[in-house]
Design a protein around this ligand. Structure first.
Ligand code: ATP
Length: 289
């Protein structure tokens, strides 16, 4: 049997870090939402009992370092499954971009393998398992929109924000999330107002959402990588409704309500940056699988 699962990218409409915890992680508050830019993953039963993975992307490992492989192996070991699996992934989400590509692949494998192997696990159970693989995997299991707290694994689901265009621009460099968090100086950041952002989403208040975007990690990435700052300033000059770096970067996204303005910004950016995407905000969970 063969099944196809979709792994959408996420953006952070707001990302706050409160303090560093004893386990080395930061206590965070993040507003996450999915966008219509997705990797596709094919899962197929095999005759032997091994797990194999292939992707045509040279930046993505084809072995146990791949988060999707780790997700399958976790289910196989935890539930003593004899069956083998072929995972074949088509990457569209840029790698090491702040868009949770690897985490979303892992979450899609958890959802898909749960079906393929008839494990009967709930989304809550899959999200809990996902947290063992990475902090963003739990959110990606549900998709949609959520407030993520703890180290990112505690998910409080939110309604979808009003639909709009999201322009994603990724500079050629890749950024390590660990490097950015390790250099975060919390005495010198502007914290986003997470409560106001939640309120704006609940009230379907597009302007309120645009007024409350914020990401404490910009204080590190924009300083260390001037090209990311230049890209953000360029998009601001083009006149987007809101502009923010996603996650630890380096992808910068813009929110735009009107298609004509989206086209103008998209066309302007294509001369400035190699990887530019204009996608819809998904926001709710019905787009998964
Ligand atoms: P996040 O936003 O959660 O910090 P990211 O978008 O910045 O994630 P990823 O695209 O997930 O970063 O990739 C980070 C690293 O993880 C890559 O450099 C790659 O070596 C490794 N990796 C493991 N599995 C995957 C996968 N399925 N897809 C992409 N990268 C993967």
């Amino acid at each position: 049997m063969k099944i196809l699962v979709k792994a959408p990218a996420k953006i952070n409409l707001a990302l706050d870090a409160l303090h560093k915890r004893d386990d080395g992680y930061h206590e965070v508050e993040m507003i996450m939402t999915t966008v219509d830019l997705a990797d596709m993953i094919e899962l197929e039963d095999t005759k032997d009992s091994s797990i194999k993975l292939s992707s045509q992307n040279r930046f993505v490992p084809n072995d146990e370092r791949n988060l999707a492989y780790q997700a399958a192996m976790l289910l196989k070991k935890r539930f003593n499954v004899e069956r083998g699996l072929n995972i074949s992934m088509t990457k569209t989400i840029p790698v090491a971009a702040g868009l949770a590509g690897g985490s979303s692949d892992a979450a899609a494998v958890l959802r898909g393998v749960n079906k393929l192997w008839n494990l009967g696990l709930s989304l809550d159970e899959l999200a809990k398992l996902g947290a063992e693989i990475g902090s963003d995997v739990s959110f990606c299991v549900y998709g949609g929109t959520a407030l993520a707290t703890g180290r990112g694994e505690k998910i409080h689901r939110l309604p979808p924000p009003p639909p709009c265009w999201v322009i994603l621009a990724k500079p050629t460099l890749g950024v390590s999330t660990a490097e950015i968090y390790n250099n975060l100086d919390l005495s010198n950041v502007q914290h986003p107002n997470i409560k106001e952002m939640v309120k704006a989403i609940e009230n379907e208040d597009y302007e309120g959402i645009c007024n409350n975007v914020g990401n404490v990690l910009e204080s590190v990435t924009l300083n260390r990588y001037p090209e990311v700052l230049a890209l953000k300033q360029q998009i601001e000059r083009f006149g987007a409704d809101a502009v923010l770096m996603s996650g630890s970067g380096p992808t910068v996204f813009a929110l735009v309500q009107y298609e004509s303005r989206m086209q103008r910004i998209y066309n302007g950016l294509r001369g400035f940056c190699e990887q530019v995407y204009a996608v819809r905000m998904l926001g709710d969970t019905q787009h998964l699988d």
